[in-house]
Ligand binder design. Sequence first.
Ligand code: ASP
Length: 404
Amino acid sequence: MPHAHAAVLLALIVLGVLAGGATGWIWGEDMLAIAWLGELFLNALKMLIIPLIVAAVISGVASLGDIRKLGRLGGITVGYFVGTTAVAVAIGLLVVNVIQPGVGLEFAPPSVPEAIAAKTEIGLTDILLSLVSPNLIASAAETQLLPLILFSILLSAALTTLGPVGAHVIGLFDGLNEALMKLVIWLMYFAPVGIFALVAARLGKAGGGEAFLAEVAAVGLHVVTVLSGLALHFVFLAVLLVLISGRGLGYLLGLLRALLTAFGTASSSATLPLTMECAREQAVNEKAVRFVLPLGSTVNMNGTALYEAAAAMFIAQAYGIDLGVGAQTLVFVTATLAAIGAAGIPEAGLVTMVIVLTAVGLPIEGVGLLLAVDWFLDRFRTAVNVWGDAVGAAVVHRFLPNGP
Ligand code: ASP
């Protein structure tokens, strides 16, 4: 996308978010009338995800040339994901221990929806099992991206060993990837309207500004805790970006369209097409764009990890349960796993939080405390998730042979 278009579009998207917030605040439920516009935008993004991921990963992995290089690229990527996720959880634990938002809270939680309460049995083996799908079409239909990504990596590896026949098929996916990115650019022009409608309708669904404020007030310190933790982590990632990749404000501005889309959609998967296009415009190496970003959008969720840890501790405090160093270490580990296991869709983190709660013996009903404001915090943590992926692509770019 030309620079001038990108700048105007960014301004319009910012306007969309602000106007969406203002109209949803003032007119509340009336704004539900335009919810379909947001849904249209979201559906169009979702329409692109599956073909884009398959084409991007296959052509990205194949472009490494020698498939043995995948080990190095994969190693750096996973190292970055694990390292930043650990820092995110640590920041989450830090802020919640300092602010202590749950201590002395007097608030009767609403009951927990069946979808969350039924998840008590999720464990490590379920996360491992989710890597391999017995039915790729069914996984695609349910936007379970991890098995699709794994399959695409393996298929691409196999294709690179086949000589001319394999190259032919890879060429097909290269072309498909280019065409899909074109579609993403076209769709971006609709983003300001789509994001406006998404924000306005969601705030409208919450009943407008006053109802929303009342919900926030009930668990106000929890909101403050999570937002300050996310802000700290955002800055940490920015510092990492500057130190390792040598990029800075320009990169942040270039990625802002994707970050605001993450805020609007509350889904890092739905945002992926835009994240890839923005990173590409910032001259991030195609290999990093096509490998790190799809993988990151589903396994690297810094914001979610931070949230899982902070929210679990908040619940413990609210129930007057004292978690010592041992239990907090368990929260550390399980919050990391829960973030990896969470899908890049709205409020997925709330569901996988059950893993953390059961591991340290906290009541599942505690999730009820978070329900009212989760949709709101979800938008911020999704933006941090996407920022983590974007910084990751720039960091990995730095380590590629033809880097800066
Ligand atoms: N909505 C988040 C995402 O898509 C996941 C979550 O934390 O609920 O990245």
